[in-house]
Design a protein around this ligand. Structure first.
Ligand SMILES: O=C(O)c1ccccc1NCC(=O)[C@H](O)[C@H](O)COP(=O)(O)O
Length: 180
């Protein structure tokens, strides 16, 4: 199963994600986030991770990360734009014609708040990833109920915004593996 860990801010955290077998990492480029990464630093992290793990740059809209798009594998936005490598995030059903590489059902945007996932996510085409308040305790139930392509986590695997915990990342990854 695809497993992304989001809001990384250091090379060490990238090494942890690779070692623990995560599929992808996210670097948050929007200045509206408490995990905001300066863009010069985001480019360094993208270079560091390239070829080892899939990289996502995360923002609320495209204008916030135009300068970063070419440095990352996937662009994760809470706005639909026509882009071949778009991860489209929403808590509403996408309209026909809104194409994406990934669809993230995400009502959280890094808040750590969990709310039940709607039934319609099971019917969506393509690579559907569930996000929002997932942790090592609830992720198995979510996977069993919705059988998504993947899951994404941030708040529950950190000790402070942008400060990831190796032990928590490990527990989350193990919980996903056990459920998959
Ligand atoms: O992480 C942020 O601060 C953030 C801010 C604005 C837009 C998106 C953001 N994060 C996106 C993610 O992919 C998170 O991993 C996802 O929302 C789940 O977060 P959490 O509920 O904290 O596990």
């Amino acid at each position: 199963m695809f497993v992304k860990v989001c809001g990384l801010t250091t090379e060490e955290q990238i090494d942890w994600a690779v070692d623990l077998g995560y599929s992808a990492i996210g670097v948050v480029g929007t200045p509206r986030s408490k995990r905001h990464c300066e863009h010069s630093r985001a480019r360094v992290l993208a270079d560091y991770a390239r070829g080892r793990i899939t990289t996502f740059v995360v923002a609320l809209d495209m204008a916030e990360v135009t300068d970063l798009v070419e440095h990352f594998d996937v662009v994760q936005l809470y706005q639909w734009v026509e882009l071949p490598n778009l991860a489209f995030c929403s808590s509403s059903e996408p309209s026909p014609g809104q194409e994406y590489e990934y669809f993230f059902y995400d009502a959280s945007a890094g808040s750590g708040n969990y709310s039940a996932f709607p039934d319609w996510v099971r019917e969506l085409p393509g690579q559907v990833v569930l996000a929002g308040g997932l942790n090592a305790e609830n992720v198995a139930g979510v996977i069993a109920d919705h059988r998504p392509f993947g899951v994404d986590v941030s708040s529950s695997v950190e000790s402070a915004p942008g400060v990831k915990s190796y032990e928590s990342m490990k527990r989350f990854k193990q919980a996903v593996r056990a459920a998959d």
